[in-house]
Design a protein around this ligand. Sequence first.
Ligand SMILES: [Zn+2]
Length: 137
Amino acid sequence: MGTKSRESIYGASIRAAAEQAAKARKDADRLAVAAWNMRMLGFQGPAQPSPTIGDALNAGYGYLEVRCLGCNTNQTVALDIVRRPKTTPVHELERYMRCKDCSQVRGYPYKRSHLVALRPTKISASDPPSTWWPGER
Ligand SMILES: [Zn+2]
């Protein structure tokens, strides 16, 4: 009696529980991103509420695709380099986005954009949206 440490008695189950929690969080984040993407791609919004930058990254979606309403081109923004707290909902990024080309042409920061969807990779909108539902890897 008493020879087993608490670590050997509880360690494995604590680690297993923590892993389960992490997996559940990731699953929840993936589902939240999928739901948001469906709303954006299917109905073009509303963008609010939206997953946070941290949730999107945790779900494996590192990019936000944005369409410039000035020149109608789509661009992807890497979420891991966005200088905002990870708790920022992605829809709040809309007002910070600016189109380089349109800003240059107009001579002032052009910020009218539409959020398209969260993307796991940097890629164009010509790919069919159905590719983007998160599946099991
Ligand atoms: Zn533009």
